[in-house]
Design a protein around this ligand. Structure first.
Ligand code: SF4
Length: 253
């Protein structure tokens, strides 16, 4: 008998969260990976850029100019050269300087800690008013650094959500932020784990070109799997690993 599976998007989202929580290591809200300023500017640098190239651009920028005041004062063409490993350095350099200029003009210093005291809506609006800061970047800063109940959706999370059927095929990345958030508890720890687990899943198993469905624990309710292979058989389910296997590779940051 084929396995039964959830068919409603909200049920799939909750099932996805429960299954991936068991499959991948759990995360905690302690010790954010980066300072708020670094999270903000690094995410700007990361657009369509590998993590290694983003880190290289960030390090070269701070090595060349010392601190945020130095980055702001740098000749823009030179700054673009320093961050040349990003996809669009000539666009990102003036954008970063405009973000820094606005932060200093409004707050008097390069510090985002004030956002902790603001409501989620106020903080989101303030960040979204910055040039080039969309929902994803603002959500990463607000969730990772200030534990606000928001959900960052990047290309990996979006692809898994569409294939599984947690969102419809025409739901954009922007809209997916709202649709998925509606289906989840408004709790920062849940949202952090949902984001990271689906990000890892998109990077490590649900590949863009050839998803590794054989090792995927979501196959019993994944629309893509049903369409390509039919309902998951007991044999396919029994052959699915219960946990992420570290011999497959290192989970990204
Ligand atoms: S079953 Fe395949 S398509 Fe579906 S989420 Fe898993 S890897 Fe992606």
């Amino acid at each position: 008998m084929p396995a039964t599976y959830s068919s409603l998007p909200a049920e799939k989202t909750q099932e996805n969260h429960a299954v991936l929580n068991r499959f991948y290591p759990p995360l905690t809200l302690d010790n954010p990976r980066r300072s708020p300023m670094r999270e903000l500017i690094s995410t700007v640098l990361s657009h369509r850029t590998t993590h290694a190239d983003e880190e290289l651009a960030y390090d070269r920028m701070l090595e060349a100019y010392g601190d945020w005041a130095g980055v702001l004062a740098a000749p823009t063409a030179e700054l673009a050269h320093a961050i040349r490993t990003t996809r669009w350095p000539d666009t990102q350099a003036p954008r970063i300087q405009e973000i820094l200029r606005r932060i200093r003009a409004e707050r008097g210093e390069f510090d985002l800690d004030f956002l902790r005291e603001w409501t989620t809506e106020q903080a989101m609006q303030w960040l979204n008013d910055m040039p080039g800061i969309g929902l994803k970047t603002a959500s990463l800063v607000l969730l990772f650094n200030f534990h606000k109940p928001v959900l960052p959706v990047d290309a990996h999370v979006h692809r898994v959500a569409q294939r599984v059927g947690m969102i419809g095929p025409k739901v954009s990345v922007e809209k997916a932020h709202h649709v998925l958030l509606e289906q989840l508890p408004k709790d920062a720890l849940t949202l952090l784990n949902f984001h990271k687990h689906n990000y890892w899943h998109g990077q490590q198993i649900c590949f863009f070109l050839k998803p590794a469905c054989a090792r995927c624990p979501l196959k019993s309710f994944c629309s893509y799997y049903q369409e390509h292979y039919g309902p998951a058989t007991p044999e396919a389910l029994a052959a699915t690993p219960a946990h992420w296997d570290e011999t497959w590779g290192k989970l990204p940051h």
